[in-house]
Design a protein around this ligand. Structure first.
Ligand SMILES: *Cc1c(COP(=O)(O)O)cnc(C)c1O
Length: 368
């Protein structure tokens, strides 16, 4: 089925095959006589769904055995509190601020610990990334927080820092909400990664946390039990009722990801290859044009979220109206940045980016 191409930053487009599978399963999942929404989370049907989802994700992202995978609620923003509640011990935490999302994390952490600004790209309006060598890391930090893909500003860290090489023994915490599963993760450099599902994994409602085992069990006494990672881990993400339907949908997405190939590449490696080609196509077109502009330094441009501007902003509305008519949805930029934003998550095929570039070229020509 051919639907319009949806460039939403989140909640974002999902693979058509996943939606079709969910539709087929809606009234009766695998002969159980129940919708997934109607099942006990502790029954054998849902247990098989969550166990398969976890195993598939572990395989896809090559999560090592000493990391736990948790399915939580509250989204990325709740994790801004849950991470310091669990990992900070009320002490010093280093923050690398590279855009709106890490800025929010930094501000929220003040309620629970002593956040220290180790680096910021605010001076250049979040269009570059401070090199790790310039970060002012604390000797006594409990962890270092960064957002590895800033969804709003469109900056992505293409290589995670090796904190040990920078003289820090602290674990690295990454907010990978908007590029999880778009590329491989170097777990040797990570202590904890979190992300809401609604960008690249499934519908809103489930939050993924991947945490190294030695970081469990140090929560502050004020930490709510349902948000204590150790409690969640000990109960297999079932301390309280998990967001069952969102987990099921994410699980279908993991199965879809496992089926993806590009030449000899499979799964996440195939996605990374495809995502690179999609991003190169769009940035390449923008860069050769004098009509459109992307302001992010080329080395840290996001493959997932591409903010761009029409040099003549009085044409923004005409651009968006024409785009909708051409079957290209949700291209309006975030209100804090303005302009346009095309999000190119896994569910966006190369053909969608080709259609966007063709439309942008046509629009530019009709305006000349
Ligand atoms: C969307 C997003 C969030 C916020 O997620 P919620 O589910 O709305 O709490 C946090 N961090 C990043 C990088 C995001 O893209």
């Amino acid at each position: 089925m051919q639907r319009p191409y949806n460039f939403s930053a989140g909640p974002a487009a999902m693979p058509v095959e996943v939606l079709q599978q969910a539709a087929a399963d809606m009234l009766d999942w695998h002969g159980s006589g129940m919708s997934v929404m109607e099942m006990s989370h502790r029954g054998k049907e849902f247990m098989s769904i969550i166990e398969t989802a976890e195993a598939d994700l572990r395989e896809l992202l090559a999560v090592p055995p000493n990391f736990r995978i948790l399915f939580m609620q509250g989204g990325g923003l709740a994790e801004n509190a849950i991470v310091p509640l669990n990992l900070s011990r009320g002490g010093v935490v280093d923050f690398v601020v590279t855009g709106s999302w890490s800025q929010k994390s930094f501000r929220e952490a003040r309620k629970f610990c002593d956040p220290h600004l180790a680096a910021s790209n605010e001076a250049d309006a979040h269009t570059s990334l401070p090199t790790p060598g310039s970060w002012q890391l604390s000797q006594d930090a409990q962890y270092v927080h960064l957002c590895s893909n800033e969804t709003i500003h469109g900056v992505e860290l293409h290589e995670l820092p090796d904190l040990k090489a920078l003289g820090s023994n602290a674990p690295l915490v990454i907010d990978f909400s908007s590029h999880v599963a778009s590329r491989t993760v170097d777990w040797r450099r990570v202590g904890l990664a979190f992300g809401g599902a609604q960008k690249n994994l499934g519908p809103a409602g489930v939050t993924l946390v991947v945490v190294r085992e030695d970081l469990l069990g140090h929560a502050l006494s004020i930490c709510p039990s349902a948000f204590d990672y150790k409690t969640v881990a000990d109960n297999g993400s079932m301390y309280n009722t998990p967001p069952t339907y969102s987990i099921y949908m994410a699980g279908l997405t993991f199965q879809w990801l496992k089926r993806q190939t590009e030449g000899d590449l499979r799964g996440i490696a195939a996605m990374e290859h495809r995502n690179r080609a999609k991003a190169e196509l769009l940035y390449g077109f923008i860069d050769q044009s004098s009509f459109y502009v992307n302001k992010v330094a080329p080395a840290c441009r996001s493959r997932m979220n591409v903010p761009f501007f029409l040099r003549d902003e009085s044409r923004n509305e005409a651009f968006l109206t024409g785009a909708r008519a051409a079957g290209l949805l949700q291209l309006k930029g975030h209100k804090s940045v303005g302009g346009m934003r095309a999000s190119l998550y896994n569910a966006m095929p190369l053909e969608g980016v080709q259609a966007l570039v063709a439309y942008m070229r046509d629009f530019e020509q009709t305006q000349a």
